[in-house]
Design a protein around this ligand. Structure first.
Ligand SMILES: Nc1ncnc2c1ncn2[C@@H]1O[C@H](COP(=O)(O)OP(=O)(O)O)[C@@H](O)[C@H]1O
Ligand SMILES: [Mg+2]
Length: 318
């Protein structure tokens, strides 16, 4: 989709939903979740979150994220069963109700990042032994790890903590057998993701999975998978050359919008945020669509004939 068409539709965004008959509504950062006894309906909105708040509404983003997830669920279902029941609308996923495990299953294929929880930050500060793996001396930022590593963190806590699987067991968060199964499955999913991403010219750098237990207590992949919100992607063809020259990899970059807020207000403290410049929002939308098309190999198609809420209601009625 070209940028002018996106700009024309900059205001046609799904901000929130109030759908009837789907059960109790819970509001996530990005998704509206309707829980009924037999199913859970996840509606991906166009909300864009950063600094733990909504900073913009990005046209088509909800559809793009939901459909990227759908692609990956389909392409990994031989590894682990997932929560997908159906996708009645581009922005909607009907899923099995599962009991979420209290961790985020993070897998990393490269040593990178700048935040306090990132692997590179720990390594740079001298850490080598991470409990379930030890890293060699002399690694450089953005270097590929000898093997993907599993660095789970807590969920449902105010501040996520990175814990080794041993610590998760010691704290009584999960049983040993279960966290070991999660680790094995997460690594396998990640390797599949890397393989497929590579054929599309992308490196899957790191990602976060969420798992739950279904009604029979069976491990199930829930939430989203390998979306640009839950994962980091770099461009494969320029990676090595740039790494050799100490340059940052080319990547799916949404940082520019965060930077604008940092430069134009105090996003951590201001009660009300300024409105994001439409040109930047349109550019972000363009990038989301581009990565959707790169990953799935399909042209992004949006139904312009009806409003988004109207479309969702019509599709759910069917
Ligand atoms: N199959 C499922 N069963 C129960 N909860 C789920 C399932 N799939 C996803 N979830 C939960 O739904 C929420 C998704 O909404 P999201 O906007 O990502 O919220 P958050 O702000 O918590 O990241 C997450 O809290 C996730 O754990
Ligand atoms: Mg989430």
């Amino acid at each position: 989709m070209n940028i002018d068409l996106i700009k024309e539709h900059i205001g046609d965004v799904l901000k929130e939903t109030n759908l009837k008959g789907l059960g109790e509504k819970k509001v996530g950062k990005v998704r509206d979740i309707y829980v009924s006894p037999d199913k859970i309906t996840l509606v991906s909105t166009d909300r864009h979150s950063s600094f733990d708040r909504i900073i913009a509404f990005v046209p088509f983003k909800g559809e793009v994220l939901n459909l990227i997830s759908a692609f990956w669920f389909e392409n990994t279902k031989d590894i682990i069963q997932n929560h997908v029941v159906s996708i009645p609308d581009p922005a909607v996923l009907v899923a099995k109700v599962c009991k979420p495990l209290p961790i985020e299953a993070i897998v990393r294929g490269y040593i990178t990042g700048v935040t306090s929880t990132s692997l590179w930050t720990h390594y740079k500060d001298g850490k080598r032994d991470f409990g379930n793996f030890v890293l060699p001396e002399g690694m450089h930022k953005n270097q590929q790890l000898p093997e993907p590593v599993f660095t789970p963190s807590t969920k449902f806590e105010e501040h996520d903590r990175t814990l080794s699987p041993q610590e998760i067991v010691a704290e009584g968060l999960m049983k040993k057998e279960l966290i070991e199964e999660v680790e094995k499955v997460a690594i396998e999913l990640f390797k599949r993701g890397q393989e497929i991403a590579y054929t599309k010219g992308l490196i899957l750098v790191d990602t976060k999975y969420e798992f739950g237990l279904d009604e029979n207590g069976k491990l199930t992949l829930i939430d989203e998978i390998h979306t640009p919100d839950s994962s980091r992607y770099w461009k494969a063809n320029t990676y090595q050359e740039r790494f050799d020259q100490d340059l940052e990899p080319e990547y799916f970059d949404k940082e520019f919008l965060r930077l604008w807020f940092k430069e134009n207000c105090d996003p951590y403290n201001d009660k009300v945020l300024p409105e994001a410049p439409p040109e930047l929002v349109a550019e972000l939308s363009r990038r989301y669509i581009e990565i959707y098309e790169t990953i799935t190999g399909k042209a992004f198609d949006h139904d312009f004939s009806q409003g988004i809420v109207e479309r969702i209601e019509n599709n759910l009625k069917k």
